[in-house]
Design a protein around this ligand. Structure first.
Ligand code: ATP
Ligand code: MG
Length: 566
């Protein structure tokens, strides 16, 4: 290998290294064809996003194709709602399967024909053991299994019985079709695995046509083979299934041979990712649905305001490994902030308002102040923000008796109002209980736009909204759903005990810059000094709703800083 080749290898992930080797050797006729094969039994989550990016990006990189295939071999658990959401999520992430949307159930007849071929070759048999007996006969990792008493049935008898299974003559669980491999195989998956089970259920696609359904290991390789997949990328838990994946295809005449390659699944801290648990959170009403902004689902993250580009960037940065690990959610949040900083327009919004009266500003006067929409993007231009005698600022930005390090507004102190004027606090008006009703200030007319012609310095710039022009909104402030890094670490405790009680904080009567009423669901915004937000689809004309995507605080940058200092 020359140096350029060695250099190139260095930044190729291990799957791409395998593919380049295959391409060099002319394997699969130089084709690359991948697939993303979700089972439509739940919404997609950030782990699936990793698999989606890997499969579609790999196809694109090698000028190949990537299929979307619904692995709908289980009639009981699958629903139309999931199919719709999965398609929407893959598209939203920025990928397209073109005209290659496939259903495993479309291959049921082919799979059945292959099963007949297996029986004819003496490689499969109908077994009458009950599920419990099958388990018992299977042995353990340290103990060999026992042959089923039905293992040596004749081909003719097997063909008749399998036909009867197909016709629905036997009840659920009474018989199976099993591969005849080796009951003492060190790999338990090879101990006469089940190929078909009897399930009397209506399938969303094939209706009542079938009452035998193929098991994953039998079905998946066939699906890949039928579609001409070259590299079947899956997560590590299938590593021990690869010998079986290969064995099945080895038994069949003239079928295409895809190659299964495993990679480590994505685990993320402060969340749970199994579909079963996510479904439970939804069913128990612990979140508002699969797309609740606290869910690690793609639809939840979309509603939360995570840009698709940030998720793709995250998938890129976590890389690809052969060993399981847990990724810090702070890395995902870092990617979100990076992207939003680039694309989100800035606006001013006051979440906990207190009124400021600028006593020397003419009543009834309104000035339009020019404000920059996004300092990171000149093309975003500027806008005009109305300023008047009465404005709102954040309660937190004022203290009557400030401690040493409080640099915001206080009696006698001057601060800058962003894009407007410098103001100095002259008085505080309170009610009989001591609650602040109004803060009185004077402004310096020489400081229009927030400039100081005499060069004097003020420590703080505050955001504000003109009272007469403000629009009201409800803000949903989201935080991580779990308060511990690993909600599953304690086997004694239910993961639901670790749900963060304050993962949703609803703030009413927020006062926003007027043009925020024109923001459509899905549009990103930074509220200056507060964080990134997104308009929520629940909003109505008279009740604006924004979700807080994330605060401006960047723990990941901090962690990196600390790392660099070590
Ligand atoms: P189930 O528990 O229902 O099997 P699943 O998460 O494996 O859940 P699938 O619909 O079978 O769901 O997954 C589709 C694809 O996404 C598979 O190829 C799977 O390997 C991949 N995938 C699932 N979870 C992750 C994850 N956490 N990280 C990376 N890839 C994943
Ligand atoms: Mg799965």
């Amino acid at each position: 290998m020359n140096t350029t080749e060695a250099e190139k290898k260095e930044y190729l992930n291990f799957i791409h290294q395998i593919i380049e080797e295959d391409l060099k050797n002319g394997k699969h006729g130089g084709r690359v064809h991948t697939r993303f094969p979700p089972e439509p039994n739940g919404y997609l989550h950030i782990g699936h996003a990793k698999a989606i990016c890997l499969n579609f990006n790999t196809a694109e990189k090698y000028k190949g194709l990537c299929n979307l295939r619904f692995d709908d071999t289980n009639p009981a658990k699958e629903e139309e709602e999931y199919v719709t959401s999965i398609k929407e999520d893959v598209h939203w992430l920025g990928f397209d399967w073109g005209d290659r949307l496939y259903w495993a159930s479309d291959y049921f007849q082919q799979m059945y024909d292959f099963a007949i071929e297996m029986i004819r070759k003496g490689k499969a048999y109908v077994c009458d053991l009950t599920p419990d007996e099958i388990r018992e006969y299977r042995g353990t990792p340290t103990e060999k299994g026992k042959n089923s008493p039905f293992r040596d049935r004749s081909v003719e008898e097997n063909l008749i019985l399998f036909e009867k299974m197909k016709k629905g003559e036997f009840p659920n669980g009474s018989r199976t079709l099993r591969a005849k491999i080796d009951m003492s195989h060190p790999n338990m998956n090879m101990r006469d695995p089940i190929m078909y089970r009897i399930v009397h259920a209506t399938h969303h696609n094939t209706g009542d046509q079938w009452c035998v359904y193929p098991m994953y290991d039998w079905a998946h390789g066939l699906e890949d083979s039928i579609e001409g997949i070259t590299h079947s990328l899956c997560t590590l838990e299938f590593e021990d299934h690869r010998p079986l994946y290969d064995w099945f295809l080895d038994q069949l005449e003239g079928v295409h041979r895809p190659q299964q390659i495993e990679f480590a699944r994505l685990n993320l801290n402060f969340t749970v990712m199994s579909k079963r648990k996510l479904l439970e959170l939804v069913r128990l009403g612990l979140v508002k649905g699969w797309d609740d902004p606290r869910m690690p689902t793609i639809s939840g993250m979309r509603r939360r305001g995570f840009p698709a580009a940030a998720i793709r960037d995250f998938a890129d940065r976590i890389g690809l490994a052969k060993r399981e690990s847990t990724v810090d959610v702070a890395l995902l949040e870092f990617c979100v902030r990076e992207e939003l900083n680039r694309v989100a327009e800035r606006r001013m919004a006051v979440l906990n308002p207190v009124k400021v009266v600028i006593t020397n500003y003419p009543a009834g006067q309104v000035e339009m102040m020019e404000a920059v929409n996004n300092p990171e993007d000149e093309g975003a231009g500027t806008r005009q923000v109305p300023f008047s005698r009465e404005i709102y600022i954040e309660k937190d930005d004022f203290m009557e008796n400030p401690p040493k390090k409080f640099y915001r507004l206080a009696p006698g102190r001057e601060v800058r109002l962003r894009y407007a004027y410098l103001v100095t606090c002259t008085n505080v008006i309170k009610d009989e209980k001591g609650e602040i009703l109004e803060i009185h200030c004077t402004y310096d007319p020489e400081t229009r736009g927030g400039n100081t012609p005499d060069g004097r310095k003020v420590k703080t710039t505050l955001h504000w909204v003109s009272c007469d022009h403000a629009v009201q909104a409800t803000i949903r402030q989201y935080d991580r759903l779990f308060k511990v890094e690993n909600p599953l670490s304690d086997p004694e405790k239910d993961y639901k005990e670790f749900i963060h009680e304050h993962s949703l904080d609803i703030v009413e009567n927020c006062q926003l810059e007027p043009d925020l009423k024109n923001f459509k669901p899905g549009q990103f915004i930074q509220f200056e000094r507060l964080g990134y937000f997104i308009a929520d689809p629940d909003a109505t004309d008279d009740n604006l709703i924004f979700n807080r995507t994330i605060t401006l605080r960047d723990t990941w940058a901090k962690i990196q800083q600390q790392e660099n200092q070590k």
